[in-house]
Design a protein. Structure first.
Length: 427
């Protein structure tokens, strides 16, 4: 009986310690869906300020949440399509939306500023620059503009560039006060992870430095149906997700699995940006309609790789691109940075450059100081030397900080266990 009591007390203590660092998942059973389709297809979707991916796509919505929604569908070379909705779908109801986009064949200019100044700006998932920045001769129509700055929430909007004119986007960033982390596993593993539309590694992985609150999580793996769900990230805690992926046996779509040598290339399918090739896991392009598709890979100081792919229903096509160096590489190189956990702020020569994982192109050749920083972890510091035309890969493991509160908790538990052992021996 004394042994049982001792084990029970030990279990309760360990259970308390586990709850000390783990957040809870909020599961909502009463959900409906918006199914978004477009003409042309493979258009980018933003719903209530969150990037969900490309059409066709299904967006889960709580029937008891806010009833006002804004949907924007955009595609490079087209004007954006936007609609407002004043009601939610009913439980288990799916509302189908068809967005017909108007094409644009002219060009204009895009000016992006940030407040505070100096944020990292990306347009359509690429063309990263530091604000303020002007993009001249950009195609008229809609473009997805994002901004990142250490200590602030990320910013996203759709900019409509007028033909022959100029549009200015001022990315006003809100301070990031509460952060948490998201641990993602899947069965099978090696699924690509997207948080709020941003590529965040592959399962199993931990994404840190996320704003506390609700986030959209997407998992993509060739041959399986996309997993989509809303997750709640607690302040100073960790939410764990273990997703079981379903085989796409009934789907009529196909998949393309893309890798490149060297990795870090920007991948475009039918002129739409899809993500970057990774060092240790290919990029899975899922839910592709049967037919002919144009695939392009771009990497600074290398020739573009292009190919046309004819894909059949439920077919998985692997593409391994051996990139050819440019004849006259510039005096810059490319720096690919991955961290464990993901989501670390990157400082190159004391200038903020984004969040891991990331590929930084046009980095001046020479030696640079690299610092990776994430709350509750020790900084990663390193000197990196890059040569003209080189693709340099950095994999950084950050060690957690032993906080005073955490140390005190462990010491207290140790004292309790020792006391219980002594009492048991005396008896």
């Amino acid at each position: 009986m004394r042994t049982v009591n001792f084990c029970l007390v030990s279990f309760l203590i360990l259970f308390t310690l586990a709850g000390y660092a783990t957040g809870q998942i909020i599961v909502e059973e009463n959900t409906g869906n918006f199914k978004v389709e477009s003409s042309p297809g493979d258009s980018q979707v933003i719903f209530d300020g969150i990037y969900y991916g490309d059409t066709p796509i299904i967006i889960p919505v709580s029937v008891i949440g806010t009833s006002r929604h804004t949907l924007t569908v955009s595609k490079l070379g087209y004007f954006p399509w936007t609609r407002d909705y004043a009601s939610n779908p009913k439980a288990n109801e799916t509302i189908t939306v068809l967005a017909v986009l108007e094409p644009s064949t002219t060009f204009g200019s895009l000016v992006v500023t940030s407040s505070p100044n100096g944020a990292l700006i990306t347009v359509d998932g690429g063309m990263g620059q530091q604000a303020p920045w002007t993009y001249p001769d950009i195609s008229a129509g809609s473009h997805i503009v994002r901004a990142f700055l250490s200590g602030y929430q990320s910013y996203i909007t759709v900019a409509n560039v007028p033909p022959g004119g100029t549009v200015t986007v001022d990315a006003t960033l809100s301070p990031l006060s509460d952060v948490g982390a998201l641990e993602v596993k899947s069965s099978p593993s090696s699924a690509d992870v997207y948080v709020d539309g941003f590529y965040s590694g592959s399962t199993a992985t931990t994404i840190g430095n996320l704003a506390a609150g609700q986030h959209l999580l997407q998992l993509r793996l060739a041959g399986y149906r996309d997993w989509v769900g809303n997750v709640q990230v607690p302040s100073n805690g960790v939410t764990s997700i273990d997703a079981t992926l379903e085989l796409a046996t009934a789907d009529i779509t196909g998949s393309i699995v893309v890798s490149s040598d060297p990795s870090g290339a920007s991948v475009y399918l039918d002129r739409n940006y899809e993500g970057l090739t990774q060092m240790d896991n290919p990029l899975d392009l899922t839910s592709i309609q049967p037919g002919s598709h144009f695939l392009e890979l771009q990497l600074p100081n290398y020739q573009d790789f292009t190919t046309t792919i004819d894909i059949q229903s439920r077919e998985i096509i692997p593409i391994s691109a051996a990139l050819v160096p440019a004849a006259n590489p510039s005096g810059t190189g490319t720096l690919q940075i991955i961290s464990n956990p993901e989501g670390a702020n990157i400082f190159l020569d004391n200038v903020y450059r984004g969040i891991t994982p990331i590929t930084l192109s046009s980095v001046n050749s020479g030696t640079h100081t690299l610092v990776l920083r994430i709350p509750a972890y020790n900084d990663y510091n390193s000197q990196v030397t890059i040569n003209p035309g080189q693709v340099l890969q950095v994999q950084a493991a950050l060690s957690p900080i032993a906080t005073q509160a955490g140390s005190g908790l462990l010491i207290g538990i140790g004292a309790i266990l020792i006391t219980l052992l002594i009492m048991r021996q005396k008896r």
